[in-house]
Design a protein around this ligand. Sequence first.
Ligand code: PLP
Length: 381
Amino acid sequence: MTTDEQPQRLVLMNPGPVVTDDRVRAALSGPDMCHRERDFATLMTRVRSKVTRISGGGADHTAVVLTGSGTSAVEAAIVSAVPAHGGLLVLDNGHYGHRLHEIATPYGIRSRRLEFGWGTPLGLGAVERALRDDQRLTHVGVVHHETSTGMLNDVAAVAALAHRHGREVVVDAVSSVGCEPLSLERDGIDWLAGSANKCLEGAPGLSFVCARRDAFVALATWPRRTHYLDLHRHFTAQEKAGAPAFTPAVPAFHAFDIALDLALAEGVEGRRARYAALAGRLREGLTRLGLRLLLPDGQRAVGLTAVRLPDEVGFEALHSALRAEGFVIYAAQEQLAQGFFRLSTMGQLTGDDIERFLATLARLLPRLTAAPSAGTTGAVR
Ligand SMILES: *Cc1c(COP(=O)(O)O)cnc(C)c1O
């Protein structure tokens, strides 16, 4: 696409990286820094402390910030937290649940996958039976917002159940931290993995793991399955030496610092309300256009809506028609890929963006249903 065709404001309705606040984007051009100097140590410590606060951590909690996408934090948590004799009970009701199992397996971590089906709420009875059956499953891996379907899982209930059975939980909160209520302290989350570029509205490139400080310390006696993603190494470097273990994405730290200020000022509840208002308008408008949504009301996270593709309209055609009008929509994955697409309401979207999106969709749909095969797309799956 040439520059004259490029619309002014690209409305990103993919679930991260999100449209960021101008102040966050401007912070990316912050000062060059050596990561082993005091100025970077101050920045890193400040970011770690804000990350802990937005994740509902108290005085006993801390965060380790990694340079890498959300998956690196999830992988670091699983690979570092499950001890040699232990194992992971994976609660799978979508793509990201399944991924927890795929992360554990190559490291030789014993992983038992409890499959509920995509878009099916987690069944606590089955979780309890699995924990009773196999005492060696020391950890439960669960996704908070299952971004493949938009389902919000009741992680607080899973954590309470796991704790009753003396187990720990590893939570993939990558697409929920900052906008859905989940708290390290209140919900007793043992390991929480998140990333900077979804509901925390920072730039891509950073992710983090939060836990109790003494849990990070205790990793010293665990087996080291990885060099680069070893949480104990990162914790020791960041907490004790005050410098990251490896070269960090310094510009992303500048941006995350500002994004976290904005997140803390808005508050998790405030951000949830803002996203919920956008998602409410979007869902109502889609329904008015005759489109059907995946999942019943009350099961959906505020950050994402999975929508059935209208009959005879392929994702590629819909994507390219909307892309030309300045909207990026997102494909569904695997078993939902053929019949569904996804719309995120994370980031700095406005009510006006949503109204324009709905008006554009209303204008395009009759044309697309009339000419079903049209269009190529820049999107890759
Ligand atoms: C986005 C996402 C991830 C991580 O994806 P990256 O591409 O590594 O950032 C992990 N889990 C969930 C639930 C996600 O939505």
